[in-house]
Ligand binder design. Sequence first.
Ligand SMILES: NC(=O)c1ccc[n+]([C@@H]2O[C@H](COP(=O)([O-])OP(=O)(O)OC[C@H]3O[C@@H](n4cnc5c(N)ncnc54)[C@H](OP(=O)(O)O)[C@@H]3O)[C@@H](O)[C@H]2O)c1
Length: 266
Amino acid sequence: MDKVAIVTGSSRGIGKGIAKELLLAGSKVILNGRNKDRLKATQLELLKISKDVHYLCCDVTNTDESERLINYAIDMYGRIDIVVNNVGVSSRGTVGESQPEVFERVMKSNFIGSVLPTIHAMKFLRKTRGSLVFISSVAGIRGLPGLAPYCASKMALRSLAESIRIEESDSGIHVGLVYVGITEIEHNKESISANGSSVILDDRSNKKAQSIHYVAKKVLQNIKRRRFITTLSTIGVINAIMQPLFPMLVERLIIKSKKKIGEKSK
Ligand SMILES: NC(=O)c1ccc[n+]([C@@H]2O[C@H](COP(=O)([O-])OP(=O)(O)OC[C@H]3O[C@@H](n4cnc5c(N)ncnc54)[C@H](OP(=O)(O)O)[C@@H]3O)[C@@H](O)[C@H]2O)c1
């Protein structure tokens, strides 16, 4: 897979895992994140796989910086074949207890942070009939308690992807959407609490979580097979089937297990 790929938010976690798989498959990769030291360390680690790994430190929620990221790939390689919109932050807390700014921050990161690189990359992806992939979450299939900003931001990616698929149906761009289940996290991963402060998430090593390697492989499969939707984890698949058919039953089941969901998403 000799492609040129940009993975937003790839200095750690799932984004880094996707970048690694792309490099192993023979692609050239532009990493991205806001923390330069972390990016440098990740690049150094991935250089062991391939020399074709570069990074641009920028915030994808800023329109000029997003454009800079896309132009960086063009300046470097003259083409873009794959854009994986992976940047995302989660939130905790009920709607009633949340500060309004939590919604703004989560939507800006997860939705606007995916829209901006997409807008700037579109003309280049048309030239290569490339892939545009959005990293959603099983929390984006239906609204869940205590996660409303996150669910809404991830659900918004679905309608974005649907619109683009139709708008670009003649241009040959592949648009993929991956619903990721609960996955391993790197140390010090942050979430936004109801009052707007950052909280460090608990380690997931003793919880049932998908491996980053597994998720990254599935993202590559989505790209190679040019699939629209890839749903990961058993609960994700069950939810995706049940929700459109029996929404009221799903709601009742979720109300019953409200406490458990709160615990699992910590
Ligand atoms: N982990 C899970 O269980 C899980 C489950 C379902 C879906 N997902 C989704 O998978 C994606 C990755 O999750 P993760 O757990 O790997 O997250 P993570 O460990 O927090 O990593 C996020 C990455 O994005 C970068 N980033 C954040 N905001 C950015 C911005 N505005 N501009 C540029 N880079 C930015 C971070 O680096 P800097 O902070 O240095 O910018 C980091 O490299 C997210 O969309 C998430 O919603 C994760």
